[in-house]
Design a protein around this ligand. Sequence first.
Ligand code: KG4
Ligand code: ZN
Length: 371
Amino acid sequence: MLRLFRRPLTILAFESSADDTCAAVLTSTRKILSNVVIKQHEVHESWGGIHPAAAVMAHQRNMPIAAKRALTEAGLDISQVDGIAFTRGPGIGGCLGVSCNAAKTLAAVHNKPVVGVHHMQAHALTPLLTSWPDVPSFPFLTFLVSGGHTLLVLAESLTSFKIIATTRDESIGRTFDKVSRMLELSWDGIGPGAALERFCAGPEQGSLPDGFYPFPRPMPGQLAFSYASLHSHVERYLHFNGGIESVSLPSKLAIARSFQLAAFSQLEDKLLLALQWCANKSLDVRHLVVSGGVASNTLLRERLNACLKNAPTPLSVIFPPPSLCTDNAVMIAWASMHRFLAHDYDDYSINPRAKWSIEELHDKSEDRDMS
Ligand code: KG4
Ligand code: ZN
């Protein structure tokens, strides 16, 4: 990326695809000048998950604050910014609209170019920013594990991605959220997934309650994920055994730990299949990038590192720092950089795309789609 430009560019970026309102300023020389993330956990905790209308309202309230703070912390005013990027999709339609309109309006008024970014591409490319100069080389494998997606992808270039495996039902992050809710863990301002990880990390011991069967290992031998079966497993046990009130704290701990291990074992199983898939295609893949909110989990990091030590193909695993695994606007600015450097801008009439496969980055046919 660096070799393409004549002078460093400074990009302001916005992200509001789910429940975090984010704004950041990044230079093309990889300097993060600011990174503002305003969480909405207190808005959604009582709903037990993201409430779309409440999320839109919170984004509308918070985006001007985030944008102003990002510029102030960067020590810049808008005239010193070279371009404005935003998350175009995929995500919750109304939420995407907040960043999209903020970016387009500011850009139009101040005569700046604008670029709409694919959220999952941004997660995948984050290590090209954060691991510099030891960045992954294309093609690399990437796990994109978030609240909306569970993808195992072959990244062939900055803009070309092939999905090797996806989920047949719900995402790993959503399953963490549901299990955390069923176990009645308090989000404590960190969100349901991180709350489950923190609950599991304590020193106390516990054993699974009688009648709690081992978690399933779905679709053995197939390059596909299933996470709904894991949360149904907990749900069914609670339903037939008197609910969460009947589960002692040590048993609850054992259920949470066993769930975490099952969730991550599935990733390990599919990773080994994907390595075989790459070998069959004689692909020279040397790196695995793991990104998205769930990639901030410490146990997942340990497990994947251990799994790859015994893998038939040597592969180094790269995680962005946890704060850049969960949603942020730095990754959006970074994923837009190659386009700003190439003067490849979007029109001010660009709309969000709530549904947008990472394999369709080049597809312009839906550019006027309002979905
Ligand atoms: O990438 P992200 O911030 O937002 C989306 O693009 O969806 O991912 C959010 C997801 C949520 O489901 C959240 O509970 C989960 O990532 N998550 C975690 C952890 N931190 C966030 N899951 C497990 N362990 C964590 N430490
Ligand atoms: Zn995300």
